[in-house]
Design a protein around this ligand. Sequence first.
Ligand code: GDP
Ligand code: MG
Ligand code: ZN
Length: 346
Amino acid sequence: MAKRNLNRRQQWRIQKIQQERLARAKKKQGHLTDSLNNLEAIQYHGLVISHFGATLDIEERDSGDIIRCALRQNIESIVCGDHVVWQPIKELPAGEQIQGVVTALEKRNNVLARPDFTGQMKPVAANIDQMLIVTSPIPELNEGLVDRYLVAAELSGITAVLVLNKVDILSAQQNASLQQRINVYRDIGYSVIFTSARTQHGLDSLYQQLSEKISVFVGQSGVGKSSLINALLPEAKIKEGEVSEATNKGVHTTSVSRLYHLANSPVVNNASVIDSPGVREFGLWDIDKKDVIHGFVELQQYAQLCRFRDCKHVNEPDCGVLNAKQEGKISAQRFESYHRIMESLS
Ligand SMILES: Nc1nc2c(ncn2[C@@H]2O[C@H](COP(=O)(O)OP(=O)(O)O)[C@@H](O)[C@H]2O)c(=O)[nH]1
Ligand SMILES: [Mg+2]
Ligand SMILES: [Zn+2]
């Protein structure tokens, strides 16, 4: 997750190429978006459910109809989960796919963002209620990574839930050891769900957890995020077992982000999942060191007892966090994770 180090000349060149590309794309849609005279005066509301290049699919708020829209030129970076205002295009040319233009973005509750390849922060999904942090025995549970996702979720006001997938391949011994490690998270208040995308074990619990919320699945490549989404939503057909996402060098011109509604059933009601390459790859970008403690719910509680307001919880006298650790109230792994994240941000 290291930030790419480009020198200024390279950054300038990349930015220029991007601007040219954007200008070409906009010129192509110019006949639709240039003149707002070409739009009906009536404004509709909608939810962005799909995003590919400069084209969006909007779910109309009242009818649920899907409307393909272009973006008005001065609006940028709209993502799945966004609520928008759109207006229909008058006198659609025959065969024209674009039916409307998005003219305004409504206020977001939260947004997940990551840097594009010039280092600029770009949103990848908005208005998320819940983050499912998927882990597995293979690749092995990585607490350091789980803690980073937890920080991101806590700081964005998103509920985090742990999912341990691939329980079908757990040996009894592995099971005992993983239960112990997972209990660290249960003890500090996070829900944990055990699943197998292969045998469908735990899917009903997962369905219940997803009800009435918009969720994203995050986690290391190979833990089974795509498999789980496919098991929950057979119509989604997301590619599984793809090559490491890390080799996808930052450019996402052809990747599609999508918001899926799960079909209601006795075990699930009004659940939606956003699947986006940007979400799958997001990390702790742009985080202020002083905020990290708020991403560690149990550490934060004890940090309020520190004698010094700017306590770093390393070796200060009367440190609430160090005291709690000594008394066994904080797990050593979480404590070290906190310091590792702090170091990585300096
Ligand atoms: N045994 C087992 N294998 C799984 C399970 N879920 C996913 N896999 C396999 O793990 C690999 C990675 O899955 P994928 O869904 O692509 O992971 P992603 O990178 O997190 O999206 C694939 O070969 C899947 O078939 C599971 O519950 N049990
Ligand atoms: Mg995948
Ligand atoms: Zn302290």
